[in-house]
Write a protein that binds this ligand. Sequence first.
Ligand code: EPZ
Length: 425
Amino acid sequence: MDRIRIRGGAPLRGKIAIGGAKNAALPLMVASLLTEGTLRLSNVPDLVDIKTMLDILVAHGAHAEVAPDGTASGGRTISMRADNITSTTAEYDLVRKMRASVLVLGPLVARFGEAKVSLPGGCAIGTRPVNLHLAGMQALGAEIVIEDGYIHAKAPKGLKGGIVRFPTVSVGATEDLLMAATLAKGETVLENAACEPEIVDLAKLLIAMGADIEGAGSSRIVVRGKAKLNGTQHKVVADRIEAGTYAIAAAITGGALEITGAGVELMGAVVESLVNAGVDVALARDSMKVSANGAVHAVDVSTAPFPGFPTDMQAQMMALMTVAQGAAVITETIFENRFMHVPELARMGADITVKGNTAIVRGVKALKGAPVMATDLRASVSLVLAGLCAQGETVVSRVYHLDRGYQSVDKKLAACGADIERVPG
Ligand code: EPZ
């Protein structure tokens, strides 16, 4: 297994191009199941999770072609066509690799009247049940049975519009039901829907495919079902989490980075926290300059659904707080086990006390390099960030977590002066 070796201390300087958002691209790809037309997505990041989603769609019988799209971030164009679906089963071996695979449930039942989708199984950051997806599908008239580790869903006469009130805000369940409702008969209202930019991007694509959707980006989405959707093309929205991660790389190394292609209007809460911490952030239309000359100060952060501070930036912010002046209280409200990076950061000299879903981070003068290991995507990148500012050498193992969500992270950082290399295992 590959590792990443970092010798910390170099302030980063230069430009980093941000790619399309993984968490937008995955549901957008699934939307190809809603039509027999061709769906052409550009600005798709070249990541392991994208490859896994392609494998899932191809296993259903979809046809897919991938080509470089010439963007500065090394994105791809993916053309998908689901005009000859041969299987409505999503097997355990593919679904267990990536929870977002469960998103095929809604579109398959909506278009073909049935689906058999493996339950995703365990996850490092929380139990992450799929009950909201199932209850939503039932509200649209699907019969659901759980048997042998699989969700068996049927709606032989098609789905019917209905009211779905989510008891908890869920990005995935909102996306699943939004897709399902586009082909349901009549009107569907999604209440307490997630408002994330990735949902807005999905709605834009669905509307371009001919869907009738109002209110995406608010907590109430109204969908009037259509008999059929058509193919279209669409550019994936920028990855606000990748952009935020590189903003912290600039801050934690006392450097200055220009982050381009970043969709800065989607990054309000992260930018606000960085500014409160004393980091200089200059926003332009689709880029931002981030620099930190003086000390970074401790700021408290509590994760929340959009437009709140994203849980996907919590580990990175914690890495920054380990070397800030003062004590920061970091509260994780979305996932119950998303502090797996804490013991690894502690091995690098961080002073962190965890009580329930709160971590008190007391800034230290400097972190010290150490061999560390990560358990999920954002935890791994927080260790890379810590390694960039630590004294001496840090070796991050289990790099496959990083490959799921950060394209060429080592190359992008090295091009800005980081002493970082990937060591093949
Ligand atoms: C999406 O996951 C993202 N993944 C996650 O990014 C992100 O952390 C999360 O949203 C929150 O923003 C993708 O978009 C592919 P949820 P998702 O449903 O949709 C509970 C990353 O690092 N819940 O919004 O699975 C759930 O347990 C990843 O890129 C239920 O109880 O998250 C959690 O506590 C990790 N029942 C809360 O809702 C359900 O049926 C929010 O989860 C569904 C969710």
